[in-house]
Design a protein around this ligand. Structure first.
Ligand SMILES: [Mn+2]
Length: 316
């Protein structure tokens, strides 16, 4: 049986017509006959610098109308294997992190419990903690975090919950299978050497810096990630700031000297065979994205994630 929910055919109706949903998918809040639900999380109360990520989900939707059916790099038509919906946005509470966390977890947990893969589009990175909480029944999960930053501080301005602390909180809450998790792309000035080294010594996380990524190249980075994750249920969190700000300027805490858009897409394409149970793409801020290139990249990263799920369903 063909998938129930598929994108509009852009050869029949031009891609600039109609309200923009992710990849021109139906906007339906259902989990019946659904494999992947794309969920917007218009939340930016957890940031420490630039605000405006609340407008990220709709910017990514607008950019995603350019996605076409065939992934030539992975030789798969994801929507031939997957029924996908644009599930709409979580009704977050601007200015209130705890209540927003609750709203996000309550929205996503039923998706996970229904065996549907959630693909969240942020929003700031703080929303990954409630996303991981929603996977608790399937966890702990192997987290692959693409990020310029560790996001493992203990607190920021005395606050425990924000986009710079979610990884440490998630580990404390037992949501992360640390022995199979990895952070990829760390760079930039930091407060102290231990900010990075303590990932290994204190938290048991592995990591690759941006320098490692350049030295290894995309294929070897992907193979390191696959080795680390193994056959564990896994979760990708993709902070767009891991990509060089020349390619992805529309973000909250940019760091100079990062990998290209191409190389990070290539790393994702190398992650075939992993059992993914959730994804998020976060930290897109359209106000700093003059030509929409950050949103376009985010849409394409999400498309690679869908393609990975499709390949696994296809048994490839
Ligand atoms: Mn981050």
């Amino acid at each position: 049986m063909p998938p129930r929910y598929v994108p509009e055919d852009s050869l029949l109706s031009p891609r600039f017509t109609g309200p923009a949903t992710f990849a021109r998918l139906p906007y339906v809040r259902t989990l019946e006959e659904v494999d992947v639900a794309i969920v917007g999380v218009p939340f930016d109360t957890g940031v420490t610098y630039r605000v405006g990520g609340r407008f990220g989900p709709n910017a990514v939707r607008a950019a995603s109308v350019m996605l076409r059916p065939y992934n030539a790099n992975l030789d798969v038509k994801p929507f031939e294997y997957l029924s996908c919906v644009d599930y709409g946005d979580v009704a977050i509470i601007p200015g209130n992190i705890e209540r927003s966390y609750q709203a996000i977890e309550e929205a996503v947990a039923p998706i996970v419990e229904a065996g549907v893969v959630p693909l969240l589009v942020g929003g700031d990175h703080a929303c990954t903690l409630p996303h991981l909480r929603a996977t608790r029944t399937r966890g702990p999960v192997a987290v692959v975090d693409f990020d310029a930053h560790t996001d493992a501080l203990d607190s920021y301005f005395g606050e425990k919950y924000n986009h710079g602390t979610w990884m440490r909180r998630a580990i404390e809450e037992g949501l992360v299978d640390t022995a199979h998790s990895i952070e990829v792309g760390l760079r930039g000035s930091i407060y102290d050497a231990e900010d990075r080294s303590s990932l290994r010594t204190e938290l048991g996380l592995e990591y690759l810096t941006t320098e490692d990524v350049f030295e290894l190249g995309p294929a070897a980075v992907a193979s390191r990630i696959r080795e680390r994750v193994g056959d564990r249920p896994a979760f990708i969190s993709f902070d767009i700031d891991v990509v060089d700000p020349g390619f992805a300027p529309g973000t909250g805490t940019p760091e100079a000297g990062g990998p290209s858009a191409h190389d990070m897409l290539a790393v994702l394409r190398g992650l075939t065979g992993i059992d993914f149970l959730g994804f998020d793409v976060v930290e897109v801020i359209p106000a700093y994205d003059p030509a929409g290139q950050t949103a376009t990249l985010a849409a394409n990263l999400a498309y690679e994630m869908l393609s990975l799920v499709a390949l696994r369903r296809a048994g490839r």
